[in-house]
Design a binder for this molecule. Structure first.
Ligand code: HEC
Length: 87
């Protein structure tokens, strides 16, 4: 059991080291920002949020708040996403 926990802990550290700093302000982040970064870690495998980075498996999410879904230039969205009308 203890060995299992140790392995899990090591895996978590390795995963954390492999993550990109998607918000690019880790040192001066507030606790709330750090919480958001943790929550976004599962999304970061497919999405970047910095404008100067391109699309990954999923579209770049820079500026996604307030714009129509399926409209980031240069990303091949599904028809369903393009026609969703979600903002
Ligand atoms: C396994 C890859 C993957 C993961 C993980 C993932 N996404 Fe996505 N996401 C996609 C793909 C692919 C699309 C485009 C889907 C389409 O065109 O139908 C997308 C689309 C989106 C969009 C619409 C963007 C736009 O420009 O209209 C948002 C918002 C989004 N994802 C948010 C998230 C969030 C938040 C998370 C984490 C909770 C997340 N995604 C996790 C692959 C992923």
């Amino acid at each position: 059991m203890r060995r299992c926990l140790l392995l899990l802990g090591m895996a978590a550290v390795l995963c954390a080291c492999g993550q990109r700093d998607v918000f690019n302000h880790a040192s001066d982040a507030t606790p709330h920002q750090r919480e958001l970064e943790r929550a976004f870690a599962i999304c970061a495998g497919c999405h970047d949020t910095r404008a100067d980075l391109g699309h990954r498996v999923g579209p770049n999410l820079h500026g996604v708040i307030g714009r129509r879904a399926g409209t980031a230039p240069g990303y091949a969205y599904s028809e369903a996403m393009r026609d969703s009308g979600i903002v």
